[in-house]
Design a protein around this ligand. Structure first.
Ligand SMILES: [Fe+2]
Length: 350
């Protein structure tokens, strides 16, 4: 398919020349004003724009600015045609958005070469961007596959834990979305952090793979030794994820967030949690959010040694933990939106 060149020119001699030379190689559309050009680009995106600079200078519609602000059009190379070009003009034109220049009178061979080169460059950049995009997609797929396969291990080991992990990850997502909406912790909760946090939330109890059956699957309350052993799932999980991080070496930030959640989701705001007894802002934000989702699910779920608490009772207990067990800022958000967790739980239990 022929490349499409949009020519903006009102000089009859230039138009004739451009038509004769470019018309043989490219599909060309010729308009006499930038206003007309804007109408053309709406439906027929050109591969390159060739514009007489005098039309830009007298134009009040700020053609170039409109093109450069448009997501679909801003990468189109724009070449200016000018009667004379001094160094200062070139600098100014570059600032305006020109990628190259043609001097009048137009030399056929030079015009063809400049247009060909700029189209090749545009295609090269497009191809390069496509490859980068594909590569990033592959990396994303691998990250997701890694997380899901690790999650499957937890699920295989203990389906009860698997289900708990899935629900908790969803609660973390709901809480985090609300924190983002309210602009709380916005320096930390970047788009990338949130994305990595939500997907690695599935790994927060991965250390339970290392807990023996007698403890993990015990149909009753744990004695103090067993509880101490169970606590190790935090450090075991962090160690396992650290090993993967060390092997991957780069692009590993997404697992760092997962590792922090695995390591610190049983820490408490007042420093009475485990395994490190961290307090307040020393506990990574992802783990502080996870702590709320984790406790909500633990309390609302039946265990062999306890009944499930109602949503209302659970909310009451969690609100009491504001500033002791949990980050007060997160609890303020939880207080507003806890009903969403209930709705989600009911939907997942269906
Ligand atoms: Fe846990």
């Amino acid at each position: 398919m022929k490349n499409h060149i949009l020519v903006i020119n009102n000089n009859l001699e230039d138009i004739e020349k451009i038509k004769n030379i470019l018309g043989k190689v490219y599909r060309i559309t010729i308009v006499k004003s930038t206003q007309k050009a804007l109408e053309v680009v709406k439906d027929d995106t050109p591969d390159l724009v060739l514009v007489d600079i005098s039309l830009i200078r007298i134009s009040e519609d700020e053609f170039i600015k409109i093109i450069k602000k448009n997501k679909k059009l801003y990468k189109i190379p724009i070449i200016f045609i000018a009667a004379s070009l001094r160094y200062k003009d070139e600098e100014l034109n570059m600032e305006l958005g020109a990628i190259d220049f043609l001097r009048k009178p137009i030399e056929s061979e030079i015009m063809l070469k400049i247009i060909k080169l700029n189209l090749e460059l545009k295609n090269y950049i497009k191809d390069f961007e496509y490859r980068i995009h594909e590569r990033n997609n592959r990396i994303e797929d691998l990250k997701n596959a890694l997380i899901l396969s690790l999650y499957e291990l937890v699920e295989c080991r203990d389906s009860h834990t698997g289900e708990h992990v899935k629900r908790t990850a969803k609660y973390v997502e709901i809480l985090t979305e609300e924190l983002v909406k309210e602009g709380i912790f916005k320096e930390i909760l970047t788009k990338e952090y949130v994305k990595d946090m939500i997907r690695t939330a599935l790994l927060h109890d991965i250390g339970k793979i290392g807990i023996d059956d007698a403890t993990l699957l015990k149909a009753g309350s744990l004695d103090s030794d067993e509880f101490e052993f169970m606590k190790l799932h935090t450090t075991l999980g962090a160690k396992a994820l650290q090993k993967i991080i060390d092997e991957i070496k780069e692009e590993n930030k997404f697992l760092n967030i997962g590792k922090d959640m695995a390591h610190y989701h049983h820490e408490k705001w007042d420093g009475t949690g485990y395994p490190k007894g961290l307090s307040k802002l020393d506990i990574p934000l992802c783990a502080r959010i996870m702590a709320v989702g984790d406790v909500y699910d633990a309390l609302t779920t039946m265990r062999p040694y306890k009944e499930a608490f109602s949503h209302e009772k659970t909310v009451e207990i969690i609100l009491k933990g504001k500033g002791t067990s949990f980050d007060p800022n997160i609890i303020e958000v939880f207080e507003k939106i806890h009903i969403k967790l209930k709705v989600e739980k009911e939907a997942m239990n269906k």
